[in-house]
Design a binder for this molecule. Sequence first.
Ligand code: NAX
Length: 324
Amino acid sequence: MKDPVRITITGAAGQISYSLAFRIASGDMLGKDQPVILQLLEIPPAMDALNGVVMELNDCAFPLVQDIVATDDANVAFKDSDYALLVGARPRGPGMERKDLLEANAAIFSVQGKALNDNASRNVKVLVVGNPANTNALIASCNAPELDQGQFTAMMRLDHNRSLTQLAQKVGKHVTDVESMIVWGNHSATQYPDLAHCKVGGKPALELIEREWYENDFIPTVQQRGAAIIKARGASSAASAASAAIDHMRDWALGSDGIVSMGIPSEGSYGIEPGIIYSYPVICKNGHYEIVQGLEVDDFSRGRMKATEDELREERAAVEHLLG
Ligand code: NAX
């Protein structure tokens, strides 16, 4: 048996974690041969609920779970953490402006970045799910100077997976027939799901669909999918978000099957300004991700990529004073 790895989940009593923790515990993220220690973080008012989650995890008698730590202390939750899934965040309250939301979350993610810096494994892989995910990841990374910025990523995989299914259903194929899907930019309504390089069953996607459908149906449907789920379900995406978080971490740790989309620190690739967390097409191998370079970008794509970059730059400007 392998040595156990430590996995931190924040917001562990919330709805995404109610799916995420159990799937990680059953081996969906790192494999059925990888024992895990779960380190669950919540805020004090949610500790009773978190204890209930721990009772249920115990009741599952998962063979891979070696220990479960439930705490409201970030230094305990991130101690020696190998994988950190930052799900907990401050939701938008009544009358709260976007700027207030950014600031409230910046306060949370600066504390957690520092706690990661001070306590986590030097090789920790961090995935930020809590919104605004890209900018929260930036704040956490800026508060962790002893870790590499590249260890901080934001979740775009739900948007990527949504794109796969929308396209596959449109052309009457299976998601596994779709390759080289890319979602660029921010996890927000400005994200750009790009079909220019995408293939279905080996054929260029743009030859299989009408341009009209691509621009006026596919792109807005993917961008607005979160709102559509809330309207239908009366609650935001939870199991699908958990599934995407597992896909993201599994691929990062164990390798991806082709191109996937990850929010990662920009370093100027594709003309995107360095210093934001931007979703790029990447390939994961041996525990690392690498941006797929050299893809052609036409004027339509350039405009979309720039719009979502501009939004991320604005978000960064709103929290600049908290970037450490
Ligand atoms: P819930 O409100 O059900 O759960 C959030 C949990 O986080 C709560 O239990 C809360 O007590 C806890 N929390 C708040 N502040 C904390 C802190 N400082 N430390 C530790 N825990 C803290 O939300 P849920 O539906 O689980 O969603 C969690 C986050 O994911 C939200 O910010 C949501 O917007 C975001 N999402 C991100 C997605 C993405 O693709 N990146 C998609 C799904 C989701 O909307």
